[in-house]
Design a protein around this ligand. Structure first.
Ligand code: GTP
Ligand code: MG
Length: 699
């Protein structure tokens, strides 16, 4: 069956790791008849966590796409990983979905992961509802969980249901939207509908009225009707709910025990009746400002939100049809690289299971295999259309590790495989550092890097080793020094002769010039490793011919690349060449290149050389209860705290920290705060290394 946009529901499951997203997805598949029996995460047989590594770890690592049919709708379910290292999977899923279901565990309430995904939901303006799951858990506390939701996410959080019991005997939910009660049998599944007992009517009615009021408040015509008649019809309430949900004006709260299969049917009913379809969502605004509607009759535009290579299958490209329709055999044009791509087969999936489909219409999500030259964030259009869907902004890396193959001969093979993985996972970055002579892998956390190592081995058969990444130090000077160097070489054939006098000083700004010298010309060089070198030609009386300026510059730059202090590149130095001698025969480029390189070394070493180290801006969000530990730990990392404050329920710490002190920070922060903190990193330039650290480094 081909589903039109009005009957599509694209839903993403979000929440802290372990809150029950995969188990919930499994009940949706089972309840809708998509799978004959339910798997369990512990048994490693759920539809969503189908890769070997997920089964081994017992956590989702990749977003899995599944599809169920419920009443008139096709519900595309994207089950995301809750572990913070895989945040990239969350942002890409949010790009293509119209409703976010944020699950929490009724035994632990709002957790760091809940807040992390909420930030992204708000940033992407995706309509959202909460599901309080695990109500069968012996420590389940519905009231506490609901209170925490309100505390963290505000008064738009509105309960639609509440449990009449909790813990091991949990089996009854009062639904204030439908004003009915659901009682589940031992096996869960389809509940029995019963009238709400008298003892609960008042509470349920209050909850219902709060919902009606919130919906009415959000729409003028409904407000008028509500004031006139004091209530809304079921249709008006449904329409108002869709409107309020689509505008993020309310965040309804549902109840569930995914493990006991209690509650998912009602939630799918809500998705079918109320949740926005691609037509209800704000239309996609293209890079040029054009608004793109989910119109099946318009030319086709497809956006690739995820790429994944699988053994024996090859490259899978997950996409959303933003406009038009797509059928097997269709040829589209990649707007980024102008390549034409044939979609030989298109599929919907339930995790590993792929089912070929005859057509996908605007608003729908699917998969294809073996596209030749298309990647995540690419837009593909019908011929003659030039639309670019705004790309997904992936999180910046937070950890770096040097990687090496088991043997030198496998270096290229490893680099090729890592490049493919980098293409698939935009949250990793591979850096070939000539300066550090290392290949550096940047990622989201240690677990993230371990998964890459695992995949390299399993998918590409390459055993990669991690090693500590070197720090890209820089060298500069704080003093002024002159140097004189005479280079003379007499060996068979033409000799070499060059004499040079130069001064080095810190390059503070190019406005000034070398004091007391005769400035003839100057050249400012932007150094490939950052910073500048200014070469001032102050030769009088032709002591050195200007034809040797380039050779002299080359000699200085070669020496600057591997600085005299630690072999790190030098930066921000003014070099003034103010005297020297030539020999009519033996003076040549090589002679002056050598002389200038040696003279620079001498002068640099006598000009109070200083080591500079890369700094990072570190932003830590942590609970007040772990603030002390976080601060204490930062003090041991030579951090410069330059701001503290509260943000929502978090304490916020802003600091500048040397990169050299941040090795393994992800795992140590996790352990000192039991996972109750998160952080962001960004480059903060360079700073002088303290004398005692420099001394250690140089010695
Ligand atoms: N008691 C109880 N346990 C549950 C329920 N839902 C899930 N669990 C258990 O919680 C654990 C984690 O469940 P998952 O479904 O893997 O959680 P998740 O949110 O997908 O976790 P990540 O994939 O790591 O993000 C498993 O042991 C489940 O059996 C529930 O409703 N009640
Ligand atoms: Mg999971």
């Amino acid at each position: 069956m081909i589903f039109q946009a009005k009957d599509l529901r694209n839903v993403v499951l979000l929440g802290h790791s372990g809150c029950g997203k995969t188990t919930f997805a499994e009940t949706m598949l089972f309840e809708s008849g998509a799978i004959p029996r339910r798997g369990r995460v512990e048994d490693g047989n759920t539809a969503s966590d189908y890769t070997l590594i997920e089964r081994a770890k017992g956590n989702s690592i990749f977003t899995a796409l599944m599809a169920v049919e419920w009443k008139e709708s096709k519900i595309n379910i994207l089950d995301t990983p809750g572990l913070d290292d895989f945040a990239g999977e969350v942002v890409s899923a949010l790009k293509v979905t119209d409703t976010a279901l944020v699950l929490i565990n009724a035994a632990s309430g709002v957790e760091v992961g809940t807040e992390l995904v909420w930030e992204t939901v708000m940033w992407n303006q995706v309509p959202a509802a909460f599901v309080i799951n695990q109500l069968d858990h012996e420590k389940s506390d519905y009231e506490e969980s609901l209170e925490e939701l309100r505390l963290h996410f505000g008064k738009k959080v509105l309960p639609v249901q509440y449990p009449l019991n909790q813990g091991r005997d949990f089996n009854t939910i009062v639904d204030a939207l439908r004003m009915t009660m659901y009682v589940f049998g031992e096996e869960g599944g389809k509940p029995e509908k019963r009238p709400i007992p008298d003892s609960e009517i008042e509470r349920a009615q209050k909850m219902h009225n709060d919902l009606v009021e919130a919906v009415a408040e959000n729409d003028e015509s409904l407000m008028e009707k509500f004031f006139e008649e004091g209530s809304l019809t079921e249709d008006e309430l449904a329409r108002g709910l869709t409107l309020a949900l689509s505008g993020q004006e309310i965040f309804p709260v549902f109840c569930c025990s995914a493990l006991n299969n209690m509650g998912s049917g009602r939630i799918m009913g809500f998705l079918n009746d109320i949740a926005p379809s691609p037509l209800d969502r704000k239309n996609e605004v293209l890079k040029g400002g054009e608004v793109l509607e989910a119109d099946a009759s318009a030319p086709t535009t497809v956006f690739i939100y995820k790429t994944l290579s699988e053994p024996r299958v090859g490259k899978l490209s997950y996409f959303k049809v933003f406009s038009g329709t797509l059928s097997p055999g269709d040829e589209l044009y990649n707007v980024q690289n102008r390549a034409s791509e044939r979609f030989n087969q298109i599929y919907t999936t339930n995790g590993k299971e792929r089912r070929a489909v005859p057509k996908l219409s605007a608003g729908d999500i699917g998969v294809t295999v073996k596209l030749r030259d298309s990647h995540t964030n690419d837009s593909l259009n019908s011929k003659g259309v030039d639309r670019r869907i705004r790309t997904i902004k992936f999180p910046e890396p937070r950890i770096r590790m040097a990687v090496k193959p088991p043997s030198k001969s496998e270096m290229e093979k490893m680099a090729r495989a890592l490049n493919i993985l980098q293409e698939e996972d935009p949250t990793i970055r591979l850096e070939h550092s000539r300066e550090l002579n290392q290949m550096i892998l940047h990622g989201q956390g240690q677990l993230h890097l371990d998964i890459i190592k695992y995949r390299l081995e399993k998918v590409y058969g390459i055993k990669m080793e991690f090693e500590e990444p070197k720090i890209p130090f820089r060298e500069t000077i704080s003093g002024v020094a002159d140097a004189y160097y005479k280079h003379k070489k007499q060996s068979g054939g033409s000799g070499q002769f060059a004499e040079i006098k130069m001064r080095v000083e810190p390059l503070v700004n190019s406005a000034g010039g070398p004091e007391g010298l005769n400035l003839r010309s100057r050249e400012v060089v932007d150094l490939p490793w950052g910073g500048k070198m200014e070469l001032c030609w102050c030769i009088v009386g032709g002591a050195i011919d200007t034809k040797f300026i380039q050779a002299i510059k080359k000699g200085i730059l070669l020496r600057m690349e591997k600085g005299p202090l630690t072999g790190s590149p030098c930066t921000d130095v003014r070099v003034s060449v103010f005297d020297g001698k030539m020999h009519s025969v033996d003076s040549n480029d090589m002679a002056f290149q050598t002389a200038s390189s040696m003279a620079f070394k001498q002068a640099f070493e006598n000009a109070s050389p200083q080591l500079l180290e890369p700094l990072c801006n570190l932003e830590v969000h942590c609970g007040g209860e772990v603030m002390g530990e976080v601060m204490g730990d930062l003090q041991t990392r030579r951090a410069l705290i330059h701001g503290m404050g509260a943000e929502g329920h978090y304490q916020l710490i802003n600091a500048k920290v040397p990169l050299a002190e941040l090795h393994h920070y992800t795992s140590s922060l996790k352990s000192i705060t039991q996972g109750k903190a998160k952080f962001k990193l960004s480059d903060a330039g360079y700073a002088i290394v303290p004398a005692e650290v420099q001394h250690q480094m140089v010695s």
